[in-house]
Write a protein that binds this ligand. Structure first.
Ligand SMILES: Cc1cc2nc3c(=O)[nH]c(=O)nc-3n(C[C@H](O)[C@H](O)[C@H](O)COP(=O)(O)OP(=O)(O)OC[C@H]3O[C@@H](n4cnc5c(N)ncnc54)[C@H](O)[C@@H]3O)c2cc1C
Length: 493
């Protein structure tokens, strides 16, 4: 271990500087913790880019029961009811906590929170900031608080490359920092590494979100589940840049319509995300183009409603007031992840997971929009409740390993994009597995870890011979007739 980190041995280590990681660190205060982030805090985290906001039943006509019902409907039979209740009942408290940490949400003239409506929510319950700048504001507040919290030691530019284990217990982390390999001795690790969009060619996620947490957990022997469930956002801006800017559902909510290159309307703009994504996908597969047209409904007021989206469009030479916006579906959110219990504990002793990398059972087969930031906050709290005060056991010196080379998902992106997209089938999934397996097994390959994650997703998608939520099989277009409670949540280790 490098000398500079020796004095930090034994502290809980949080890997990830998005909402989940920052919240976990703050909730654990005053317990001293290390927070590792490969990118500087505020960069390369989906959290910063969240547009819509955070769902919480705060309105006078709303209740936890209604929020639960909407979440269960989106999850299509695979949500864990107890977890859904637990997380959503705590959502108002999470908003309060963020306000205490200095987040400034959009408010009505009387000071009450202005609540937005999003598709598939039966009530106005989306707390937002600066219109579509919600994630940026939440991250500003949390990052500022973390930097002023002496118990949190933030180590930016440190990338975790392996979890070290012995006899089924976490014993440390092997990371790469500015001066090379770093061994950190700890028996308590929280993974908060975000999503997997960077494994695909078309994604709204930061390019660095390519499932590193899943690879770390899987190679250490932790169980993962529901990996086949990937949410595709139907309307990402179809320009040359990657990642793709998101054109939020709220734009369709304001009346924007979907048209093709001839100006003919597609319709169904306010259908669930997966339905809209498949409709657009089908058009594109036939060589057509699809545009979101907000000229009539918003026109010149577009920029006022959606400043972040306007900036992204203008950077691509498009003016939403006068131009239809070219769109295509893009990987947006991963419902699957590291299987955790209600305390956010994984199956591996000493490993917790929070935020998008975790699979709590809240989302089931599909995520209800704006439930994920809420989940990231609450899972952070749950980790801290379980972990706080747990004194380190007798620390073991981890067995040294060579530092794996940096991961590069470039080789796996075309494979996953071709075979694990909006629609899947047996032949495509088998082709993906055949292509990914040799890469995943060759540890000297830079794409080995991304290929391992892709392989696990493909195997889960092949095993699920039905269409449910965000997982659509053209060869099994129906939902299984089994009662949802008897359907397996697919677990891999
Ligand atoms: C464009 C966009 C809009 C969205 N809008 C909304 C919305 O309105 N409402 C909502 O609820 N959800 C939204 N989501 C989803 C939501 O933003 C994410 O699910 C959530 O922010 C995930 O938070 P997180 O802390 O788990 O991960 P992230 O915020 O992605 O943070 C992951 C962190 O882990 C670090 N990291 C990764 N691997 C390593 C490693 N090996 N070593 C060290 N550090 C590592 C990264 O650098 C980063 O700091 C949106 C997502 C996107 C992409």
């Amino acid at each position: 271990m490098s000398a500079e980190l020796f004095h930090l041995s034994g502290r809980p280590v949080i890997i990830g500087g998005g909402v989940a990681g920052l919240m976990t660190a703050l909730a654990l205060a005053p317990e001293p913790v290390l927070l590792l982030s490969k990118a500087p805090i505020g960069r390369e985290a989906s959290s910063v880019w969240a547009q819509g906001g955070l769902a919480a039943s705060l309105g006078p006509d709303d209740s936890v029961d209604l929020h639960v019902a909407d979440t269960l409907a989106a999850g299509d039979g695979l949500c864990d009811l107890h977890v859904v209740r637990d997380i959503l009942a705590a959502a108002p408290q999470a908003i309060e906590m963020l306000t205490r940490h200095g987040a400034r949400f959009d408010a009505n003239p009387d000071g009450s929170l202005r609540l937005g409506l999003e598709a598939a929510h039966s009530r106005r319950r989306i707390v937002h900031a600066q219109g579509d700048g919600s994630g940026r504001e939440v991250m500003r507040a949390l990052a500022e608080t973390v930097r002023n919290t002496p118990s949190v030691t933030v180590l930016e530019g440190l990338e975790a490359r392996r979890l070290l284990t012995e006899d089924g217990n976490v014993t440390g982390i092997l990371a790469h920092g500015p001066n090379g390999a770093v061994h950190i001795v700890t028996d308590r690790v929280v993974l908060a590494t975000g999503g997997i969009g960077g494994l695909f060619l078309d994604s709204t996620n930061p390019l660095g979100s390519f499932g590193q947490g899943l690879a770390l957990a899987a190679r250490a022997g932790a169980r993962l589940c529901d990996l086949e469930f990937i949410q595709f956002h139907p309307t990402a801006l179809d320009g040359p840049g990657r990642p793709m800017p998101l054109i939020s559902e709220a734009v369709r909510g304001e009346g924007a319509i979907l048209i093709d290159e001839t100006g003919a309307r597609l319709g169904g703009e306010l259908e669930p995300r997966d339905v809209v994504a498949r409709a657009i996908w089908k058009h594109l597969q036939h060589g057509r183009r699809v545009f979101l047209d907000a000229r009539q409904c918003l026109g010149a007021s577009f920029a006022e409603h959606f400043p972040v989206i306007t900036a992204a469009c203008r950077a691509n030479g498009i003016d939403p007031a006068t131009d239809p916006l070219p769109v295509r579906p893009a990987v947006h959110y991963h419902m699957g992840g590291i299987a955790v219990d209600r305390a956010s504990r994984s199956s591996l002793a000493g490993l917790w997971a929070a935020g998008e990398v975790a699979c709590t059972g809240l989302h089931g087969a599909n995520r209800l929009a704006s439930n994920s930031l809420t989940e990231a906050l609450i899972t952070g709290l749950r980790v801290s409740e379980d972990l706080s005060g747990s004194a380190p056991k007798r620390l073991r010196k981890p067995r040294m390993q060579d530092l794996p080379q940096p991961s590069d998902p470039t080789a796996v992106r075309p494979i996953l994009s071709q075979h694990l997209g909006v629609t899947r089938d047996d032949a495509g999934l088998r082709a993906a597995i055949a292509a990914l397996q040799p890469i995943a097994e060759n540890h000297s390959e830079a794409a080995a870890d991304p290929a391992l994650v892709g392989l696990m997703i493909a195997e889960a998608a092949l095993a699920r011979q039905e269409s449910r939520g965000a997982h659509y099989r053209t060869d099994f277009p129906q939902k299984s007739v089994l009662a949802p409670s008897s359907l397996p949540r697919q677990v891999q280790s």
